[in-house]
Ligand binder design. Structure first.
Ligand SMILES: Nc1ncnc2c1ncn2[C@@H]1O[C@H](COP(=O)(O)OP(=O)(O)O)[C@@H](O)[C@H]1O
Ligand SMILES: [Mg+2]
Length: 345
């Protein structure tokens, strides 16, 4: 308490030195010690030692008390070399370093929190924007039907069909959102198993066949492949990856002679899977953004395929959860190739 401010310390030290000097003077006069050089030197030495001890002691106490408070405040943070602030010569240096590092870490944390907040705001904005279109469409159709359209055979079935389309679009969006949320939750568990990738690919091609035919698209699997390609991965999720990539290849495919080719290569200790189309392609400046949530290029928007823009974000999440990579190369107007890797079993 006594040493809680520089002013107190100065007052206490000055008082002690004055009192000691006074006692020395009194002793000299009472004992009638002659005023010789030795007397004066002894007097100065006594004053000097008193000043040294009291000033040194009180400053150390002051610094240590203050620093203990700073240490407590900052918490677990200690200097990296674990020096304790007892060597008084660099104690302020150490504290300075700790505080600097601490402030830098806090700054980074705040930056991250701000980014998260922005991300959440944008995400909510995107979701409501995407939901708005189908909801308003359905509202329009239902109102028209209620206000007499129901009896008008030229529109009643047509509007109901359009409503169903909008409902389906909303369902797709909600399902994708659910999937993204699941994939982004920290405790995502992959269901790893060994399976034949060749067979899975065949199965997905069969599953997509109807949509491919509707779009006059042929899907071929590279025939030079062995029919047994054992991989270790989450089969259900890889299935989803293949469906999303093939779905895109169909949607954004060539309008005349659309061809999709799926190839699987040996790639170091992995397999490299490629889904290649000869479709509209992706402009070079947009290519790094296609994996972003809700991102769609102008070209794909104008095709009005009713996508959610979440497909590739989901694909990337799944591949990265497997600790594998996915990449894309594309030439505008010529076609696009997505390639990802998977572990050999
Ligand atoms: N094979 C492809 N050819 C051309 N563009 C593609 C292809 N795949 C994806 N894209 C572009 O990337 C965007 C994001 O894809 P995705 O996340 O699957 O969304 P969606 O399929 O809902 O449009 C698409 O809107 C499109 O612009
Ligand atoms: Mg898609």
């Amino acid at each position: 308490m006594l040493f809680n401010s520089p002013r107190n310390i100065a007052v206490i030290n000055a008082s002690i030195i004055t009192v000691v000097s006074l006692i020395a003077i009194i002793v000299i006069s009472v004992l009638e010690i002659p005023y010789s050089l030795i007397t004066w030197l002894s007097f100065l030495i006594v004053v000097f030692l008193t000043a040294l001890i009291t000033i040194n002691g009180s400053i150390n106490k002051f610094i240590n008390e203050k620093i203990r408070v700073i240490y407590k405040t900052i918490g677990k943070l200690q200097p990296r070399n674990d020096k304790k602030p007892n060597d008084n010569s660099d104690v302020l240096d150490i504290v300075n370093q700790v505080v600097l590092r601490w402030s830098e870490e806090k700054k980074k944390e705040i930056e991250e929190l701000k980014q998260m907040a922005t991300y959440r705001r944008e995400f909510l904005g995107n979701v409501s924007h995407e939901l708005k279109t189908p909801v308003f469409n359905i509202q329009g159709y239902v109102h028209t039907l209620l206000e007499g359209g129901l009896k008008d055979d030229s529109i009643n079935i047509k509007f109901l069909k359009k409503s169903v389309k909008s409902v389906n679009r909303m369902i797709a969006l909600v399902e994708d959102l659910e999937e993204i949320t699941k994939l982004e939750s920290a405790n995502l568990k992959l269901n790893m198993e060994v399976f034949n990738l060749y067979e899975l690919t065949k199965e997905v091609i069969d599953f997509m066949e109807r949509k491919a035919i509707e779009h006059n698209t042929t899907i071929a699997i590279n025939t030079s492949l062995s029919k047994i390609i054992k991989v270790k991965a989450d089969k259900k999720r890889i299935r989803q990856v293949l469906i999303n990539l093939i779905d895109n290849a169909i949607k954004y495919g060539n309008l005349e002679d659309a061809r999709i080719k799926i190839s699987i290569y040996n790639f170091h200790d992995n397999y490299l899977i490629e889904v290649q189309d000869n479709g509209i392609g992706i402009p070079e400046e947009n290519i790094i953004r296609v994996f972003e949530r809700f991102y769609r290029t102008e070209q794909s928007r104008s095709r009005d395929k009713g996508g959610t823009g979440l497909g590739l974000a989901i694909v990337k999440h799944i591949i990265e959860a497997h600790r594998q990579t996915i990449s894309v190369r594309s030439n505008l107007g010529e076609g696009t190739t997505f390639s990802f890797t998977l572990d050999m079993a």
